[in-house]
Design a binder for this molecule. Sequence first.
Ligand code: GLY
Ligand code: MN
Ligand code: MN
Length: 460
Amino acid sequence: MTTSASLTTGSAIRTVSHDLPVTPELASFMASGWAPDPVGGDIRLPVAGLTPARRARLSARFPGERLLVPAGGLTVRSNDCDHRFRPHSAYTWLTGLAGEEQADHVLVLEPDGPHGHEAVLHIRPRSARADEGFYRDRRHGEFWVGRRPGLAETERMTGIRCVALDGLPPGRNAAVDAGLASVLGELRLVKDSWEVAQLQQAVDHTAAGFEDVVRALPRALAHPRGERWIEGVFGLRARAEGNGTGYETIAASGAHACVLHWTRNDGPLDARELLLLDAGVETGSLYTADITRTLPLSGRFSPVQRQVYELVLAAQDAGIAALKPGASFRDFHRAGMRVIAEGLAEWGVLKSASGDLHRRYTLCSSGHMLGLDVHDCAQARAETYLDGVLEEGHVLTVEPGLYLQPDDETLPPELRGIGVRIEDDLVITAEGARLLSGGLPRTPDAVEDWMGGLIEAHAR
Ligand code: GLY
Ligand code: MN
Ligand code: MN
């Protein structure tokens, strides 16, 4: 986001060296004979009724200032191939637009009198059939990348006035940019009921993906890169039901589970070990779940695996019990970590539960806001987030873990190489918190029963 942006929006056509030349005869033939644009029915986005209030809250924070919120641009993967595009979350939150065709588009809030703003969307018009870009431009030509909504159509979808993307005045102000980013992060902290429903949908698709993974375990166990097999199975569900995964899937078997963000996923599975699966489906509206389950690959926890799992579960229970409006954001982390520290002391791993030495085995903070981004509202100031208090409508994860490194000589040998994280998604309610991910089992017995049922039914 910026108070002013400079974009490469010229008419340069992207071609590559192996494109065949176009003869004048072909160019002339391509320029005509196309049917008129079909007129759509009711194309208003379901969220379009909610975005004006969101923009009004932003407008009220910057009276008289021109605000630019770009969707962001395409980035080259190599030659004429781009990475898949996903609009910036603030742009999607303010417009409801979430598609790949939003690359380079910019929402401008033009000051409209001393107090308010008029929202204007600067968007790329459809490919004119008489222009060679229609069939020659690999980046934006509709012959190459598909139809996109035009100006009038996008106006009907969003309720926002649209103009052709045609270069916006350059210039940036880093201080204002940072301020705008943090205000947008803070405005997005409390979710409305439509957003909570989107998050519930993301969680439900994610739960279905976890079930797919369990059913696929026999094949994954037989594959030399079983972790990749699991990543692929979950990715299929994510791509089929939503936009894809909300972050890189962590499919970590055995000691890989002790690596907090193990996304290489290139290891085999060993039936004697645990699998830590941290994955989330992102909906078409771009809301993501973020769930972790740690599963015994044999279908049954060994005694020592169960011991570690139960301590993490007790920490998660304590964290969840601390969630309520008015509690400080750090309370649930403190509650969970107290349980972990006491457990480690009881096992004799730590001499005492006081101090912060337990962090060697658990390290990361045990939860974060969740929404359009997996680590949502990351630009919010500490006083409203990390040092703030919970409010009804906050959605967050509670995800304590124990990561007992395989080369950690402070641990008894039988504990080394075990990594457990349990991560659930919750919405803060008037009374406390509601578990969005309660469709997936959490206790060791329930995990074993659930796995047994799925694998058995699949084998029949
Ligand atoms: N999947 C990243 C996290 O749990 O924060
Ligand atoms: Mn998380
Ligand atoms: Mn996670």
